[in-house]
Design a protein around this ligand. Structure first.
Ligand code: NDP
Length: 329
């Protein structure tokens, strides 16, 4: 069993040295345990946060523990009445070939209904994040302007398509011409801002002539500050993530323009997808329905080889991923 363990808490970006690589024998399931052959692992920006010490929405990964990762795989031995050999499961499998343990929070997925990696993207935590952060926290109404950062990424691209389904004017902020073209030509976004090649303020003025009603923020930092200057009355800002800040060596940079919230009686609200677990099944069905009708597209960026884990994870922070980043074990 090849495994990556958390060796130290990184200052700044994680590197190969952040992890210990080891190979150990595969064990046998004890009471209530299952053994899973991991097939695809979800690589998430949040994993960088899980490496930090301190209080968060879930406990950090302990030093010397297998690095936490969600994934899908096949049950190959089971002492748990809820799971049988041959079942495919989605759960916190860890960055390793095999998961052995109690299937806490695991659920079954059907590889006949969708390719396995899709259960980590639109039909998994990524899709749930886009759905609930946009619809419950952003609460967009038809005709409103919705701006999304990291818009060509896993969460952003789904959120933008759902906002289009709700009749909104949707503007994506993404890095580079290829991603921006994809948003317009493939996903039907109304406007794009290429933050790597143009001034975001000027782009917002051009693409959001009626101001911004909902900002779905995945990046924080300077882009958040720029959007704050364009808010409409009663605007909603969803703090889904702040990837521009995750590798900071200094304190997180807060928004300088936050008084725009006061002026516009606007609201900024944090979001954690885990809070919505009781509603995942219903949302998943609605999303699968949209996909079946061709109304929602999901793009996975699959990289092969567990060995590449540290470098592949860091692609999220340079924008080298295009779509939901998945590691094929
Ligand atoms: P993505 O697929 O969106 O990948 C990350 C993208 O972020 C990159 O492709 C890159 O796109 C962009 N990016 C990276 N660094 C910067 C930067 N400094 N400034 C601007 N953009 C940057 O990842 P996910 O869809 O998985 O995650 C998106 C966000 O959603 C993250 O912030 C994540 O933490 C958050 N999230 C939150 C959850 C919650 O419950 N709150 C649950 C799941 C995700 P580009 O090429 O355009 O720069």
């Amino acid at each position: 069993n090849r495994q990556f363990l958390l060796a130290k808490r990184p200052a700044g970006a994680a590197t190969r040295d952040t992890f210990t690589y080891q190979e150990v024998p595969v064990g046998k399931p004890g009471t209530n345990q299952i053994l899973v052959r991991n097939q695809y692992l979800s690589l998430d920006p949040a994993m960088r946060g899980w490496m930090n010490e301190g209080k968060s929405y879930i406990p950090p990964v302990g030093l010397g523990e297998v690095m936490r990762a969600l994934g899908v795989g096949e049950v190959i031995a089971s002492n748990n009445p809820g799971f049988a050999v041959g079942d495919y499961v989605n759960g916190a499998l860890g960055v390793q070939d095999y998961f052995l343990g109690e299937p806490r929070g695991f659920y079954k997925v059907d590889p006949k209904l969708a390719p396995l990696p899709r259960y980590l993207s639109a039909l998994g935590m990524t899709g749930m994040t886009a759905y609930f952060a946009l619809l419950d926290v952003g609460a967009p109404k038809a005709g409103e302007t919705v701006v999304i950062s990291a818009a060509a990424g896993a969460v952003g691209s789904i959120a933008g398509q759902i906002a289009k389904l709700k009749g909104c004017h949707v503007v994506g902020i993404a890095g580079g011409g290829e991603k921006c073209r994809y948003l317009i030509e493939e996903l039907g976004f109304d406007g794009v801002i290429d933050y790597k090649n143009e001034d975001v303020q000027a782009g917002l003025k051009r693409e959001c002539p009626k101001g911004v009603d909902v900002y779905f923020d995945n990046v924080g930092g300077d882009i958040l500050d720029a959007v704050l200057t364009r808010l409409n009355l009663k605007a909603r800002i969803v703090i889904c993530g702040a990837i521009s800040q995750y590798n900071n060596k200094e304190a997180v940079k807060g928004p300088a323009n936050y008084l725009a919230l006061l002026v516009n009686r606007a609201r900024m609200e944090g979001f954690v997808v885990l809070d919505y677990a009781p509603r995942f099944a219903a949302a998943g069905q609605e999303m699968a329905g949209w996909m079946a009708k061709g109304l929602l597209k999901s793009k996975e960026d699959i990289v092969e080889g567990l060995q590449t884990f540290p470098e592949t994870l860091m692609k999220l922070f340079s924008g080298e991923n295009f779509g939901k980043l998945v590691l094929k074990v």
